[in-house]
Design a protein around this ligand. Structure first.
Ligand code: SF4
Ligand code: SF4
Length: 355
């Protein structure tokens, strides 16, 4: 077989980093179980067995924490780790006797073991202040604050079905479908610093960026600049990355919204889009208590009201959206639950610019 050539994009080949038992039995697993929350047990057709221990972390990892986790892997596991799509860390061992000491070591170092099955697993989040140039909030900080409050739901499997949460620090790029998604939204058009536009921005690139054609080139005080038709602007923030002088982040007007009922799986029902159920929540670091309160209320209501194996979307579809708002003590306004079929007439859903 030809050697795989190095490439500069895409996922690297994971085979050199796999635990030897996983490598040997790749694609040959017979069955699996969860002996306790946070531990998976896989058995291969060859008779080999492997136990996976999943732990949560504080999300953004400093080098000392990474070293601590690697020391635990070397001392208590077989020296292999991997991260899940939600940034949980997993340790693999091929000997059942190693599971309990590994779990103890993780818990003593402050890492909760859980996130499997019908738990609230760690929250998928976007890059936030640390890595991205356009975030309106610190997604990882909001997630850390919320997971601190959902600690018991992470280490136990007491939800009706699995619960997957996500957060996004802007509304237009990364992020994803989730049972509950926390998304920041801008609510006012960008403010233009005309003195800087001429020096910093490529005006045609900015004009082309706007999905509703709200930006026009303009001469301001005799200098080339831009203007925004505020009646058209949908406050998406797409103009801010190519033109930082079009500042749209605002401590008061950039707000959190909460969306409910998305899922990617087609188990027991089709994949679903999430729908907005709360908006206008303040961007209130460092603990974002208003956001945590609503997410916890929705989770608590779902936990006690849903039937076994209902995902949040299944539960809401069964009881109906009006009952969902009543039970979760959320006010309903006409701006909520856009189902996206309707939005074909209100948003530009094609690649063609409409004037
Ligand atoms: S969601 Fe938006 S702001 Fe956050 S990391 Fe992605 S592109 Fe950047
Ligand atoms: S915020 Fe979005 S809609 Fe408004 S001007 Fe910028 S790109 Fe256009």
């Amino acid at each position: 077989m030809a050697m795989r050539q190095p490439i500069e994009s895409g996922a690297p080949d994971n085979k050199p980093f796999l635990h030897p038992t996983l490598l040997k039995n790749y694609g040959n697993w017979k069955w699996h179980e969860r002996p306790r929350p946070g531990v998976l047990h896989h058995v291969s057709h060859s008779g080999d067995e492997v136990w996976t221990v999943r732990a949560g972390t504080q999300r953004q990892l400093d080098v000392w924490t990474v070293r601590k986790l690697c020391d635990i892997a070397d001392t208590y596991a077989d020296g292999y780790v991997r991260f899940t799509i939600r940034s949980n860390i997993e340790f693999m061992v091929a000997d059942e006797a190693k599971v309990a000491p590994l779990v103890d070591a993780l818990q003593q170092a402050g890492f909760p073991v859980g996130g499997t099955g019908n738990s609230v697993s760690a929250i998928a989040h976007t890059q936030g202040w640390l890595h991205c140039d356009i975030p309106a909030t610190d997604a990882s900080g909001a997630v850390k604050a919320l997971m601190d409050e959902l600690y018991q739901e992470f280490i136990h499997e007491q939800m009706p079905n699995r619960v997957r949460l996500s957060s996004s620090c802007c509304e237009i790029n990364c992020g994803g479908q989730a049972d509950i998604a926390i998304v920041i939204q801008h609510t006012k058009p960008p403010k233009i610093n005309h003195d800087l536009v001429a020096n910093v921005c490529e005006r045609p690139a900015v004009v082309a960026r706007c999905p509703v054609a709200a930006i026009r080139p303009a001469l301001v005080n005799g200098k080339p600049s831009l203007e925004v038709d505020e009646k058209k602007c949908i406050c998406c923030g797409a103009c801010y990355p190519p033109c930082p002088p079009m500042q749209i982040n605002d401590p008061e007007h950039s707000k959190f919204a909460i969306w409910v009922g998305g899922k990617n799986a087609n188990a027991r029902g089709k994949p679903t889009f999430m729908k907005m159920v709360a908006a206008g929540l303040p961007n209130n670091p460092p603990r974002w208590p208003e956001v945590s309160a609503i997410v916890k209320k929705i989770l608590h209501t779902y936990k006690h009201d849903a039937r076994s194996w209902e995902r949040i979307a299944d539960w809401v579809e069964r009881i109906g959206w009006p009952r969902f708002f009543e039970k979760c003590d959320l006010p309903f306004t006409k701006y909520l639950i856009d189902d996206w079929r309707g939005s074909r007439s209100s948003l530009n859903a094609s690649t063609h610019i409409r004037f």
